[in-house]
Design a protein around this ligand. Sequence first.
Ligand code: DX5
Ligand code: ZN
Length: 231
Amino acid sequence: MAEKRLGGGKTGYVIAPSILSADFSKLGECVKQIKEAEYIHVDVMDGAFVPNISFGAGVMGSIRSCSKQIFDVHMMVEEPGRYLADFAKAGADILCVHAEACRHLDRTLEQIHELGCRAAVALNPATSLENIRWVLNKVDMVLIMSVNPGFGGQQFIPGMLEKISQLYDMLETMGLQGKVDIEVDGGVKLSNVSSVIEAGANIIVAGSAVYQGTPQENVKRFHQVFEEYCN
Ligand code: DX5
Ligand code: ZN
């Protein structure tokens, strides 16, 4: 990639381990293993928007007490507005909804702010950035999916690097650069995270790349990569 789009976002570089790749029989322990990570990425799946079911607000609430970190809740749910209050009550900090799953996306994003949470919007790989242009001034973060949502451990779709860069440029043109974070989710590993950062992302979700092996060490390695971009 010719041009590097660095320094994006408002919160700096963040690692957000996805607990979808954790051992569910000891979820609390798995959350404690990643306490050096800034965010905890919580993948909520309803079996309708995506072909998989994970967990709901009850389970999330029970692990909330294991961590003081920011809970970044990725709602892969049809019409997530029906459940946002439950997740806010259970301790969500960021509520991220899919543009494809909301009939009235603008209203749903306002609902999130009214609940006192940060609002984020996610896009599936096939969805155009144009679908969110008119709500970009209402979000704290955009999540670019770099796999089709539903499962951990999939391969990063290379074309998504160009999409991340186009989002960065769109934010810059709209005067929103530095006000909106760009999160990337799916297939991000230590081997490709640099290209994701150089495309313009500043929040990195990693499931299998954190939980395969030693989670503490893996979080540290992602932080070491971030340091290279902080000087
Ligand atoms: C996929 C989820 C991701 C996933 C990431 O639908 O949204 O958060 O768990 O896992 P890896 O990093 O293994 O692709
Ligand atoms: Zn996710």
